[in-house]
Design a protein around this ligand. Structure first.
Ligand SMILES: Cc1ncc(C[n+]2csc(CCOP(=O)(O)OP(=O)(O)O)c2C)c(N)n1
Length: 353
């Protein structure tokens, strides 16, 4: 069955299992640069949390190919609905790096969409982005704007009602949306086998009469091709697709989690043999487009870009804490007004001490 087969182009040793899928040299190098940049970014953000510069952080290391490959397939007019783990997708689609750092510093600027891209702030309430992405896609179809939505979510989100409502509506209205599930095996400590009795996420699309693909989420070529096909189908009126990208997060759920409580170190090590970055590196080496010097230069440049982003993020003045009372409600109810005035008098006393 199509929904059970794992679609793959790039073998673990960097050879192509499907030669008919031509990915240009230029595109492959671009993918590599983005994978490196995102891995460097992710590791440095974990370090920032350890140094107390950000409160908490959700790492995506291991999932870079799923996020980079899918986001590269989007067109500029498309709509992205990410979660708290999808920074690589956001960066690839044009979100400013500094804003992602600010998001984790708790700054409001970290939730503001860029001027030229429809990128929603990261969704923390699980699966809430799914019906919203379906709605935005339907609106775009209704207004004839030619834009698709892509909703990112994890395997845990498929147990929420929002997942089923969003898929149902999108399929009935043939909304141009791609539902992109990164099945990384766990929802915090809950393994996939306890999440659902379904064998795969992809097969859940059958109930909604929706296209589905199960793809190797650590194979950036396969993810890119799959997402591009799904977006093209959506744009040409063929309706939504559910993509299940099978992948793994190497690190903890967030910096506040200890994965040794629920999974073995060997499991992570086994997954590292399928590493998305090393696979593409092996391919580029075989094609003679990546020598040692170029590889080093790509890493140095990624390091520089991320260090610059971090410095910039840290060097702006701290926000006025009263901003927490702004931008949520257009009219403040009595209890929020009360909290605001009590907070203001506390701050006055504090400053006069
Ligand atoms: C509606 C809701 N319920 C519970 C939580 C707490 N929570 C945060 S992350 C998470 C697990 C999500 O797992 P998954 O969807 O697989 O995504 P992943 O974190 O693996 O990327 C849960 C239950 C939440 N944020 N929102």
């Amino acid at each position: 069955m199509e929904q059970q087969r794992l679609f793959q182009i790039l073998e673990l040793d960097g050879t192509l299992s499907d030669n008919s899928m031509v990915i240009s040299e230029k595109l492959a190098v671009e993918m590599y640069k983005l994978l490196v940049l995102n891995r460097v970014f992710d590791r440095k953000l974990v370090n920032m949390q350890r140094k107390g510069q950000i409160g908490t952080y959700a790492s995506f290391e291991g999932q870079e190919a799923s996020q980079v490959g899918s986001a590269m397939a989007l067109l500029p007019q498309d709509w992205m609905f990410p979660t708290y783990r999808d920074h690589a997708a956001m960066l690839t689609f044009g979100y400013e790096m500094v804003k992602i750092i600010w998001y984790w510093m708790g700054r409001i600027e970290g939730c503001m969409p860029p001027n030229n891209r429809n990128i929603l702030p990261p969704y923390v309430p699980i699966a809430t982005q799914i019906p919203q992405a379906a709605g935005a896609a339907w609106a775009s179809k209704y207004k004839n704007e030619g834009a698709c939505s892509i909703a990112y979510f994890g395997d845990g989100a498929t147990s929420e009602g929002d997942f089923h409502e969003g898929l149902n509506m999108a399929s009935v209205f043939k909304a141009p949306v791609v539902f992109f599930c990164q099945n990384n095996g766990y929802a915090i400590s809950v393994p996939f086998s306890r999440q659902t009795a379904s064998e795969t996420v992809a097969q859940k699309a059958i109930a909604y009469n929706m296209n589905c693909v199960r793809v190797d989420g650590n194979d950036v070529f396969a993810v890119y091709v799959t997402t591009k096909n799904a977006l093209e189908a959506a744009r040409s009126g063929k309706g939504p697709t559910l993509i299940e990208a099978v992948t793994y997060r190497y690190g903890p759920h967030t910096t506040a989690d200890d994965p040794s409580r629920y999974r073995s170190a060997e499991e992570s090590e086994t997954w590292k043999l399928r590493d998305p970055l090393l696979r593409l590196e092996a391919y580029l080496r075989k094609q003679n487009v990546l020598d040692q010097d170029t590889q080093e230069m790509i890493h140095i440049e990624a390091d520089r870009l991320v260090n610059d982003g971090i410095q910039y993020a840290l060097n702006v003045p701290k926000p006025d804490p009263s901003i927490m009372f702004k931008h949520v409600l257009s009219e403040k109810p009595w209890n929020i007004q009360e909290q605001e005035s009590s907070f203001n008098s506390f701050m006055e006393r504090y400053h006069h001490q």
